[in-house]
Write a protein that binds this ligand. Structure first.
Ligand code: SF4
Length: 329
């Protein structure tokens, strides 16, 4: 559950990230990929926000920009009230301890030539923490905490299954006792049974460490179980935010409704009308004018093609970017 702090642990305001597209003999900039446009949200200590949407909607770029793995094109990010763009070197060093990321494929982010012990010791070495004996003890504690035996320290990443590698990724992420972890499709590549084990581990750690989580996934069924709040993204923009239960019970935006209609219902006698989205997601290099969803929205009207809907309040703690959501509810 969320624990309100003042200010919020994380404030994202108008975050925008465009990547240049280069072409021609001289590789001049010929356009921009509008990966993220004007994204805003708050996150409190101990709270989880789920970022969901189809592949390419910009949700992973949001996560990486928060960690300053990408510099934002526009917008501001405040961590504990401080603007991360104006942080000193020392403050940025602390930020890199406070915010960690877990990737979809930990194999790619774990150095294949290093033992797991060395991989887990690295964060302490980088930040100059502890003696070698203390670091070794911390590695053993981390392994135990994520459900791996101490012998794992002497083995290499390729000797582990996908689920075990993700446990190693989690151990590395919590090594420096962060305040916030970005889980970037962290369970998407795992079997369903392993998924739930990893999710349960993350939730336990969240309770123990009062961690805030940004849970990025394309699978709404997964996000539903972990999130306090959900932000739905489409083509680089947030189209709806609400508390997790609210958004599943009463989605407002036509895109959210379509995504939720695609979630399998556990009760075979229950009926749910599937809303099939026709057409592909348009190119983020040249997104549609007006409402970006209008090319696939079955409710689109003339004004949707001309006027961009702003993200506006739509009830208790909810926002939606649709001109006609009230008529459609
Ligand atoms: Fe559909 Fe129009 Fe709403 Fe966009 S603004 S989601 S096109 S009804």
């Amino acid at each position: 559950m969320s624990t309100r702090t003042d200010p919020p642990l994380l404030q994202v305001r108008g975050l925008t990230k465009h990547f240049p597209v280069r072409g021609g003999v001289f590789l001049r900039t010929v356009g921009h990929v509008h990966a993220v446009d004007d994204v805003s949200f708050d996150l409190d200590t101990g709270e989880t926000i789920g970022l969901v949407g189809e592949s390419g909607c910009g949700k992973s770029t949001v996560g990486k920009t928060l960690l300053r793995l990408y510099d934002p094109t526009a917008g501001r990010v405040f961590f504990e009230g401080r603007d991360i763009a104006t942080m000193s070197r020392n403050e940025l060093r602390q930020l890199r301890r406070d915010i960690q990321i877990i990737f979809q494929d930990p194999f790619e982010s774990l150095n294949a030539r290093h033992t797991v012990g060395k991989i887990l010791e690295e964060p302490f070495l980088i930040h100059g923490l502890g003696t070698s004996v203390e670091r070794r003890r911390r590695v053993d504690e981390l392994l135990e905490r994520v459900g791996l035996d101490a012998g794992a320290a002497n083995r290499f990443p390729h000797e582990f299954s996908g689920g075990q590698r993700q446990r190693i990724g989690i151990a590395r992420a919590i090594a420096l006792k962060p305040r916030l972890i970005v889980c970037d499709e962290a369970v998407s590549a795992l079997d369903v049974s392993i998924q739930s084990q990893i999710i349960n581990l993350l939730l336990e750690l969240q309770r123990e460490m009062r961690l805030a989580l940004i849970f990025i996934a394309h699978d709404l069924a997964v996000v539903k179980h972990v999130s306090d709040r959900i932000a739905v993204m489409y083509l680089g923009e947030v189209v709806e935010t609400a508390d997790a239960t609210d958004i599943y019970e009463s989605p407002r935006h036509p895109y959210t409704k379509a995504l939720i209609s695609a979630i399998p219902v556990p009760d075979p006698t229950a009926q749910r009308d599937r809303i099939v989205l026709v057409g592909d997601v348009p190119s983020p290099i040249d997104p549609p004018r007006g409402c970006r969803f209008h090319t696939r929205c079955r409710h689109a009207r003339d004004d949707c093609r001309e006027r961009k809907p702003a993200l506006t309040a739509a009830g208790d703690r909810a926002t939606v970017a649709c001109h006609h959501w009230q008529d459609l509810s």
